[in-house]
Design a protein around this ligand. Structure first.
Ligand SMILES: Nc1nc2c(c(=O)[nH]1)N[C@H]1C(S)=C(S)[C@@H](COP(=O)(O)OP(=O)(O)OC[C@H]3O[C@@H](n4cnc5c(N)ncnc54)[C@H](O)[C@@H]3O)O[C@H]1N2
Ligand code: MOO
Length: 409
């Protein structure tokens, strides 16, 4: 006779269904915004479009240190044009005088009338006459002039709502004198680990690696993270911690205690607290026990205790949910490479395999790494990507596959 188990995995969903259910309940937080000084917005999601308030360059300007002049005058003059003063970036030049070649530095506004700039080293100055002319050929009309608005014009959208901001956007916005930006508020996540083995004085104590791991991963993805360890298998202790954690956060994450063992209390405790099961178990490996519950629009992600399984569930379910609630319109950039191994998934199960993805001259080569399975965290320090292998889609040497980078930013 089969041993009866609590909370068995009888109604597991497949990977696409689990992801769909999670994303469907992502309550967009893009209406919850805050305004930050520009430099503090690094890594945050823009809450609104930001438009250019001026052309860039703001006026025709020089691309070289040299001389600005009228092309037709220089072409017509054998002895060259009279060297005038010098314009630097920040000056507001007066119009060019007839017959004048005005000294000019890179970035300076072109004096009205000038239509050509030549680099100083391509010109010669006669010290006796004070005239300059090209050393060799005359540059073409319009040469070395950056045209007003050639990079972008007033009103151009510089940053779209939903863009994750980094140094590139910060530079662009700073160039427009933007001092503050409106960004989406970071979701508050509480991660609660549980298990009597996590008590330092347990007879066979184990270190908690899941809360530091998840805190790092989720912080990198833009969340504000708190962690708690319930180092006991007592359901009442867990209940008290989960109740306060859920009240104080937008997303609850638990690790451990979600399988079918006698001390796996997480599912029952959350149900007791009024949560409804979105799904119980997913046909994936590792990470099968992953269960997600919902209460009042908030989700609880119950990740398996096995550290490798916990990491993979966080990467493939929790991060997409987090990005979605933050209104992040760009997912992680996937990498395409060529696989150098064969691997057949168990039927009806989606596998997630840490892989090494190395450049080999022809592109990326995706290699399998030795791993002891769901408890393995060492493998993630050797791997740099995750390969998804769908049911009935075995991997074979030479295939092109997409992988998810492990680096989260
Ligand atoms: N009869 C069955 N047993 C198990 C099944 C099943 O279907 N039937 N599923 C297995 C799978 S798959 C997984 S994964 C694990 C997950 O179990 P739990 O989520 O309940 O995790 P625990 O039992 O609490 O711990 C498992 C393992 O992970 C270690 N752990 C737990 N928390 C942490 C932490 N914070 N940091 C580091 N390591 C942690 C714990 O010490 C255990 O070694 O269940 C299988 N069993
Ligand atoms: O899937 Mo569990 O996640 O094998 O350890």
């Amino acid at each position: 006779m089969q041993v009866a188990m609590r909370n068995s995995f009888t109604g597991m969903v497949d990977y696409p269904t689990a992801l769909q259910l999670i994303l469907a309940s992502a309550d967009k937080r893009t209406d919850q915004t805050e305004t930050l000084p520009l430099v503090q917005s690094n890594g945050r999601i823009a809450a609104e479009d930001v438009l250019a308030t001026s052309d860039r360059p703001v006026a025709d300007s020089s691309a070289m240190d040299g001389f600005a002049f009228v092309h037709a005058e220089m072409e017509a003059s054998l002895s060259g044009l009279l060297a005038g003063g010098q314009e630097a970036a920040g000056d507001m030049p007066l119009p060019l005088q007839p017959g004048e070649a005005r000294g000019i530095l890179t970035g300076a506004r072109i004096p009205p009338g000038a239509d050509c700039v030549m680099a100083a080293e391509r010109m010669q100055l006669d010290p006796k006459t004070g005239r300059v002319r090209p050393l060799h050929a005359l540059a073409s009309r319009g040469a070395n002039i950056r045209r007003a608005g050639e990079e972008f014009t007033h009103g151009t959208c510089l940053v779209r709502r939903g863009q994750k901001l980094d140094w590139r956007h910060i530079a662009l916005l700073a160039s427009q004198n933007v001092r503050h930006v409106s960004v989406v508020k970071s979701p508050r996540i509480t991660v609660v680990a549980n298990g009597a083995e996590l008590a330092t004085d347990a007879p066979d104590a184990r270190a908690d690696s899941n809360t530091p791991m998840l805190a790092a991963l989720l912080t990198s993805a833009g969340a504000m993270v708190k962690t708690h360890v319930v180092s006991s298998d007592n359901a009442l202790h867990l209940r008290a911690e989960l109740l306060s954690a859920w009240e104080q956060s937008d997303i609850l994450v638990t690790t451990g205690g979600i399988s079918v063992g006698d001390t796996d209390n997480v599912l029952d405790v959350l149900k007791e607290l009024g949560a409804e099961v979105l799904f119980r178990g997913v046909k994936i490996r590792p990470g099968k026990p992953l269960s997600v519950l919902e209460q009042g629009g908030k989700l609880a992600f119950c990740l398996p205790g096995n550290p490798g399984a916990s990491a993979i569930c966080a990467l493939v379910f929790l991060l997409p949910y987090l990005r979605s609630v933050m209104g992040d319109v760009h997912g992680p950039a996937l990498i395409a490479g060529t696989v150098d191994f064969d691997l057949a998934p168990a039927c009806d199960t989606t596998h997630f395999v840490p892989v090494s993805c190395q450049a080999n001259g022809e592109g990326w080569r995706i290699s399998l790494l030795p791993s002891v399975g769901a408890s393995d965290i060492m493998v993630f320090t050797r791997a740099n990507a995750l390969l998804r292998i769908d049911p009935h889609a075995p991997v074979a040497v030479g295939q092109r596959r997409w992988v998810i980078p492990l680096h989260v930013s």
